[in-house]
Design a protein around this ligand. Structure first.
Ligand SMILES: [Zn+2]
Length: 134
């Protein structure tokens, strides 16, 4: 499980996992000691609070996989910075997305394949229709 977590983001640490029915839930947290403030670029070690965010990830052994990240909210230690707090950035997911980037990529591939399949299918149907007409 540890390796799967590292494949997603090498800065993540495995916490625990739970299997129930056709679903796997993996909890992870950041292994980074400090977080760089995206507004001023200064590192911060002061934790404001922790909260959980969950994402859909690629299935493991055919089971639906949910990643729960114990995400930290930090104080920006730079007094000149306009932002007082900042959320720990997550590299494996686009902001506001509920699915990991690698799952999005898989979904995209399937959509492209489906589109190609439909196009090919309609081309064949059209060809058949023309053949029948002549
Ligand atoms: Zn800052």
């Amino acid at each position: 499980m540890e390796e799967i977590v590292k494949l997603l983001d090498e800065n993540l640490e495995y916490v625990k996992h739970e299997v129930s029915g056709d679903r796997i839930t993996i909890w992870e947290k950041s292994a980074k000691k400090e977080v760089i403030c995206p507004y001023c670029g200064k590192p911060s070690k002061k934790v404001h609070s922790r909260y959980e965010r969950s994402f859909q990830d690629l299935p493991i052994q055919g089971k639906k996989t949910t990643i729960v990240v114990i995400r930290r909210k930090m104080f920006c230690e730079n007094k000149e910075c306009k932002k007082k707090t900042l959320a720990e950035p997550l590299d494996f997911v686009e902001p506001k997305f509920k699915r990991t980037k690698r799952l999005e990529l898989e979904k995209q591939k399937i959509r492209t394949l489906n589109r190609w399949f439909l196009k090919t299918k309609s081309w064949f149907l059209l060809k058949k229709k023309r053949q029948n007409l002549s």
